[in-house]
Design a protein around this ligand. Structure first.
Ligand code: PMP
Length: 413
């Protein structure tokens, strides 16, 4: 089909595959861990709906939930029990949250979180880190991760200077830089961070760094926001906050908690969350927020994560990847839970500046060759790869061997 009406032929920039100089992949259907394009090619799918599909495509429990929604209603635009069920299920994984609001995307969650933080502190400045991505709201589109980095756009046009001037961007995992930022700007409303960054490849924050962030936020009265939209239920099977035992004031969730349907969520301490309308003065609303489709699919996805066999299976897949890819020269494989990434660097990067040292041509070549061999990794060196419970051990073993050989091959050409 000719794609003349969609801007750039896509509905989200990274889908062009322009960064790897390839044609876009036009999907036909997907089942289990495989995705099929309109030309009849079959791929083992490491993109996984950019992290959302922790159970791969067409998981039976999620299909049953979908069937239920088909008969009970996709959208009411009104309150229903499914919202509370999903909220309770999330709380069972992330007990520190006291209140939650569902929205329709991660972008909305991050945008709302800084509005709450600004209202709570009566301040305006936001502190974020280069290489992190928090969606495409105005305040965050500066030195951003993944999509923007892929297209080498340091910032977007169309954003008032007055908005971007309020955003301070510093280096990830740089404790001294963090201290200096607070010293120079004691009036920061919110520090927002991906505690495990997945938008510059996979770069976990060091625990000491996050501890210092928590301390500085307490000292300066700044709201600490963990953006776990990608790493939540992925880096561990709950939140990174619980994993590291470092608790933010606000946590953002998305992707996995929607079971494949559009979702975002902001959650946290009652005193902050109650600033949101209708309880408080911070306005936020949504026609589709907390809709039955998302809530039922999300609940099904989280029930599946409760099953030990699924967690063990994901861990096994991870160990297989580690065992084959870990000690390969000139390449570094990083994995945490069901997130992973291969860097063409001899050491694991600690920040975006380290990640930038990779040779983009090598990555493009690598991507192209893997695609030809039926392995679909994200079309950018700034994206994380995802494992899912539908993947079979033998497929992962084969894939890991192909990935290793292909990486060595492209490095030697
Ligand atoms: N935050 C993080 C950490 C993300 O990875 C993303 C999306 N990749 C977002 C926010 C934005 O979410 P959405 O695309 O649902 O708006």
């Amino acid at each position: 089909m000719k794609r003349t009406l969609l801007v750039g032929g896509v509905n989200s920039p990274v889908r062009t595959f322009a960064a790897v100089s390839e044609p876009p992949l036009i999907c036909s259907y997907a089942r289990g861990s495989f995705l099929y394009d309109t030309q009849g090619n079959k791929y083992l799918d490491f993109i996984g709906g950019w992290g959302a599909l922790i159970h791969g495509h067409s998981n039976p429990r999620i299909r049953r939930a979908l069937k239920k929604v088909q008969t009970s209603g996709i959208l009411y635009g009104l309150t229903h029990d499914g919202e509370e069920k999903l909220a309770n299920k999330i709380k069972s994984f992330i007990p520190f949250i006291e209140k939650i609001r569902f929205l329709n995307s991660g972008t909305e969650a991050a945008m709302t979180a800084i509005r709450v933080a600004r209202a709570a502190t009566k301040r305006e400045k936001i502190l974020m880190f280069s290489g992190c991505y928090h969606g495409h709201a105005d305040s965050f589109l500066t030195k951003m991760g993944s999509g923007g980095a892929t297209l080498s756009l340091p910032l977007s046009e169309g954003i008032p200077h007055g908005v971007l001037n309020k955003t301070i961007v510093i280096r990830y995992n740089d404790t001294e830089g963090l201290r200096k930022a607070f010293h120079d700007n004691p009036d920061i409303a919110a520090l927002i961070i991906e505690p495990v960054a997945g938008n510059m490849g996979l770069v976990p924050a060091k625990k000491d760094f996050l501890t210092e962030a928590r301390k500085l936020c307490d000292k300066f009265g700044t709201i600490l926001i963990f953006d776990e939209i990608m790493c939540g239920f992925r880096a561990s099977y709950g939140s990174v906050a619980e994993l590291y035992n470092i608790f933010p004031d606000i946590i953002l969730l998305g992707k996995v908690i929607g079971g494949g349907a559009p979702v975002g969520a902001i959650a946290g301490k009652e005193n902050l969350m109650s600033l949101l309308s209708p309880e408080g003065p911070v306005y936020q609303a949504g026609t589709f927020s907390g809709n039955p489709l998302t809530c039922n699919l999300g609940l099904a996805a989280l029930i599946e994560i409760e099953k030990n066999r699924n967690i063990n299976h994901l861990e096994n897949l991870g160990f297989i990847m580690d065992s084959i890819l870990s000690d390969t020269k000139r390449i570094t494989f990083v994995r945490l839970g069901s997130m992973c990434c291969l860097f063409f660097l001899s050491e694991a990067p600690e920040n975006r500046e380290d990640v930038d040292r990779q040779n983009r041509d090598v990555f493009s070549n690598f991507h192209k060759k893997l695609r030809a061999k039926g392995i679909l990794i994200p079309p950018s060196p700034y994206e994380t790869w995802f494992l899912n419970t539908a993947m079979k051990e033998r497929d992962i073993k084969n894939a890991a061997l192909i990935i290793r050989n292909t990486a060595e091959e492209v490095l030697n050409t």
